[in-house]
Design a protein around this ligand. Sequence first.
Ligand code: HEM
Length: 386
Amino acid sequence: RPPGLPPGRWGLPLVGYVPLTTRSIPQQLADLRNKHGDIYMWRIGTQIQVFLHDHQLIKEAFTRPEFQDRVDFKGLRFMDPNKLGIIHSNGEHWHNNRRFTLRQLRDLGMGKSKLVSAVQSQSSLLVQELKKQAGRPAPIPNTLSLAIINVIWHMVSGKEFSLTDPKITQFCQLLNEALEKLNLLLVPDYLPWLYSVLPNKVIGRIFGIDRTSDTRNKLYKYFIDDIEEHQRTLDPNNPRDFIDGYLMEMEGRKDDPQSTLSVQMQMFHDIDERKQPGTSVGCSTVTVHNSCRYWDKPDHFQPERWLDENNKFTSKKEGFIPFSIGKRQCAGESLARMELLIFTTALFQSLNFSIPPGNTLSLEVNPGDAIVSLPIHQDLIVTIRK
Ligand code: HEM
């Protein structure tokens, strides 16, 4: 074990610390924080991960340029193997793309009135769908995801689909499929020595890399079709959406060797390279959001905790970092906040939600979710408000 590491779980050679427990990842991270304090590590496979717990500490680290690069996990960039977008790119490429995207999103009215009507129309469609299951126990339908995807699609491509359109239903299924495969896909990144003992093809088959490439290529097809349609119909005097803005910027900078804009997509198998990532530094938002340090009774529903001393709503609180902090913080925060407000208001104005008699509602995250926390499917009863 190298010197200078914070305390935590080191484990065995090659496999690191493998937890023999049914506790979820956030629960285990909370255990580690209670035992070791605000900076602790967990070696998973041969990958060392350092976690920060304290809000100020996270802010201090994540606003520094030396912490701005993404860890280079092949599994994480299955949607963008060549790191051409924002989420997985680093350095100049990331900087340029992020700056361009933030400007475009602002011009398209993210978080402002221009997008409000698109969000409102999706929220009313969602309410109509939920009314169809009124009175009987059923899980929250997939249409919730479809409505949210539709808002982004509207902004990116100027289109909206009906919530029952098979095209968008299939898109959503493919996206869920990819997210479900993510945990398995990440295993070779934690155990990179597997590449020295097994042929790449075998690794691809065991950990679902081949199957995910197939899912990714089907998702790409949606984007490629839309981009090609925009290329055919673009009017530079009347840009319609994000894709138009992107194509125009790309054209404007076509002779600039520094330009990072391209419509290139990797349609084939993952590029075959293994860079060994170093120690990664992150934070567990779930652990911070459930910490008694910041929250009185964190698991209780207390909306009044969002009022300041003058009884005014405040969305900024110590220990609240759902969109992260610093250089990599969410680029879509204002859109997400606007959607949350409009969707929640529309749903609760028209509907009541209750737990079916005899059932309990679990607020736990899925124990298997490592990267993205998806809600547990459980029945609710929707009642139409008079
Ligand atoms: C409730 C909804 C959302 C939540 C909780 C959320 C949260 C996050 C978090 C935690 C990150 C990672 C930050 C980091 O690595 O430190 C992130 C990144 C990002 N989010 Fe969101 N997000 C939401 C919605 C959106 C939406 C609607 C968009 C698009 C319009 C968006 C675009 C992005 C992008 C582009 C990044 C990558 C930023 C970068 O790497 O520079 N997000 N988001």
